[in-house]
Design a protein. Structure first.
Length: 309
């Protein structure tokens, strides 16, 4: 199946939405390029996080900063199925589903190797993508990856199904109506995502409010909350042969309910010990580094990306 509409990229840092068809679903993406100059280097493929109102718009601030510092890589920024401007079917999404979507995107739209930049707990999607399409992935950047315990322990299958059934019900619909209110979004962002309450700004909240306006966006969020992304990925991580950079916030925290707390240093050490070709860095911030610590994040990953031509 070929993309239904693949427009030419532009020389603007923010291109109009473009679309392709995957398994009869309409999927959205945008392409960014430097202004008034040709792109250079390996393109970036951005994988946005899953959450109330989150979509490819999560990366807007990063893209602006990337080009303001003189970087010239093209950027491919897709909406995962269930998010943003992509179709939002009522299904239980798994990392394998999204990885297959991105594999098709790489094969039919990008058609060249990329450097994957993945945010937070969508790391399993990047891991699955490497397993499916290793030849089109040159390097990986892991931004604020999950606590190691979340990446090495799979919840019972009955628990995942039970949580999904509870959320995929009138109760879940009511919960989502509350979860997309400004009060909840501000509170959750302050408690779980940002290092500073002041960083939870109007741009962030307005982006989430707009992204959550369609109630069908709840299905991707509920799939995440049900834990379908959880598994023991140790052997998969150990098999990744691409050079990998792990970026952790100096006050990174976890959504895990486990009693054992993991320090940022411990988290970084776990990933560096398991990834065969890895390096790591800590920067200021907590869990959404490309947004809350944009300048530092760009400065941290640019040298790693610029090593590849």
């Amino acid at each position: 199946m070929q993309p239904s509409a693949v427009a030419n990229t532009t020389n603007l840092t923010a291109s109009p939405s473009q679309f392709y068809s995957w398994q009869n679903y309409r999927c959205a993406y945008e392409v960014h390029q430097p202004i008034n100059t040709t792109s250079e280097g390996v393109p970036l493929l951005l994988i946005h996080p899953i959450g109330v109102g989150l979509s490819r718009r999560f990366w807007q601030r990063f893209c602006r900063e990337w080009y303001s510092t003189g970087q010239r890589n093209s950027i491919y920024n897709p909406d995962l199925l269930g998010c943003g401007e992509s179709d939002m079917p009522r299904i239980a999404y798994t990392p394998s589903d999204w990885a297959e979507q991105l594999q098709f995107f790489l094969q039919t739209v990008v058609q060249k190797p990329v450097i994957v930049v993945v945010q937070g707990a969508l790391l399993p999607v990047a891991i699955q993508l490497v397993q499916k399409e290793s030849n089109l992935i040159a390097r990986l950047v892991l931004s604020g990856p999950p606590a190691w315990a979340l990446m090495t322990n799979k919840p019972p299958e009955w628990q995942e199904k039970f949580l999904w059934n509870v959320l995929d019900s009138p109760f879940g619909s009511a919960f989502y109506r509350y979860a997309r209110t400004p009060k909840f979004l501000r509170s959750f962002s302050t408690r779980q995502l940002f290092a500073s309450e002041n960083a939870v700004d109007a741009e962030w909240l307005n982006t989430l409010l707009a992204g959550a306006e369609n109630p069908a966006s709840r299905h991707a969020v509920f799939s995440f909350l049900a834990g379908f992304w959880r598994d023991d990925y140790t052997s998969f991580i150990d098999s990744i042969q691409q050079p990998t950079l792990t970026v952790v916030g100096k006050i990174a925290s976890s959504i895990s309910q486990d009693n054992k707390k993991e320090t940022p240093d411990e988290r970084l050490a776990h990933y560096l010990a398991c990834l065969p070709k890895s390096r790591g860095i800590k920067i200021n911030g907590r869990n959404v580094l490309p947004y809350e610590s944009t300048t530092e994040f760009v400065a941290a990953i640019a040298p790693f990306i610029n090593e590849v031509f």
